[in-house]
Design a protein around this ligand. Structure first.
Ligand code: CP
Length: 312
């Protein structure tokens, strides 16, 4: 059975990007592919882009769509086997996932990192529970450690705007008042490793990404040095992995400004906090690609759903 859990589920990135270019020109080209099939989208966390773009993509493929805010409206789930369920959990993942399997042909799941226990987050118990017990192809709508739909949309956007053969892409950490997961930077770094780009990663000391996720890398701790000669600047906050889930730095000097950006293109997955992560002038200026990234989320979701439909 095919799943779309991780960037590694894209076996031929070049083929996917080429198909993405075709879909951008003719979004309804595969309108009958999902006819008679149902996609169920389960959200354990909030969403704007993922929720709407995946529904749009599904409809462009002829799929029926059901959406549920599981985090707010579903039963509290138990994930451990062999437990006596006399606490908060009202339903076991074994039944919950299998029940979804009775109503749908494909299932998408969003379940963020808890950011308290790195081993539990790495185990991806919600996503993996649906993979094991739903009997359905599973679509990752952002999990504890990965956001492959976002990374695919980012790759499509870079390809559309790339001028240099091997552009310099800078991933820059930015301040944020809340502890955010590492899923987006993990997936972005892994995706860039598969593209013809020079990737430079800059963040304060203590914000190193998990090498088990992104492989070994040498960060540049001086943002100004990292930004020199950049063609694309991808800005994102993430919480510390070393001090797991902590906001260890809120230094406002890491905010992206038009002056720092220079002639580079600006990328961010959104949602973004204005004048904390990035100043207004960048988001409202001509170098921002954030709406291209958002538009490409639909294309990315179409590509991933087409991959899953091949299983049926
Ligand atoms: N970028 C992204 O995944 O946006 P949402 O959290 O709004 O879905």
């Amino acid at each position: 059975m095919k799943h779309f859990l991780h960037e590694s589920d894209i076996t031929s990135l070049g083929t996917w990007l080429a198909k993405g270019r075709e879909l951008s020109l003719d979004p309804g080209a595969c309108r009958n592919l999902g006819k008679g099939k149902t996609l169920c989208l389960l959200f354990f966390n909030n969403s704007l882009r993922t929720r709407l773009s995946t529904q749009k993509a599904a409809r462009l493929l002829g799929l029926e769509v059901m959406v549920m805010n599981f985090g707010g409206e579903g039963w509290v789930l138990e994930f451990e086997d062999g437990t006596r369920m006399d606490g908060a959990a009202a339903e076991h993942i074994r039944e919950a996932a299998a029940v979804v399997g009775q109503y749908a042909d494909l299932v998408g799941v969003r379940a963020f990192a808890g950011l308290t226990d790195p081993e539990a987050d790495a185990a991806e118990r919600v996503l993996d529970g649906f993979r094991k017990y739903s009997g359905l192809p599973v679509l990752n709508l952002e999990s504890a450690t990965a956001h492959p739909l976002q990374a695919l949309a980012d790759a499509l956007t870079l390809e559309q705007h790339r001028v240099a053969q091997r552009p310099k892409v800078v991933l820059s950490w930015a301040p944020h008042p809340r502890a955010l997961p590492q899923a987006v930077p993990n997936s972005f770094v892994r995706m860039m490793a598969r593209m013809p780009v020079e990737l430079v990663i800059t963040h304060p000391e203590g914000y190193e990404l998990d090498p088990a996720q992104v492989g070994p890398y040498q960060p540049v701790y001086q943002q100004e040095e990292a930004l020199e000669g950049a063609d694309f600047v991808y800005v994102k906050n993430w919480s510390s992995f070393r001090e797991y889930g902590k906001v260890a730095c809120q230094d406002p000097s890491w905010m992206m400004t038009a002056e720092k950006l220079g002639s580079a293109a600006f990328m961010h997955c959104l949602p973004v906090r204005r004048n904390v992560v990035v100043e207004d002038a960048v988001l409202d200026g001509p170098r921002s690609l954030v709406m291209d990234q958002a538009a490409n989320r639909t294309v990315a979701a179409q590509l991933a759903l087409m991959h899953l439909l091949e299983s049926l």
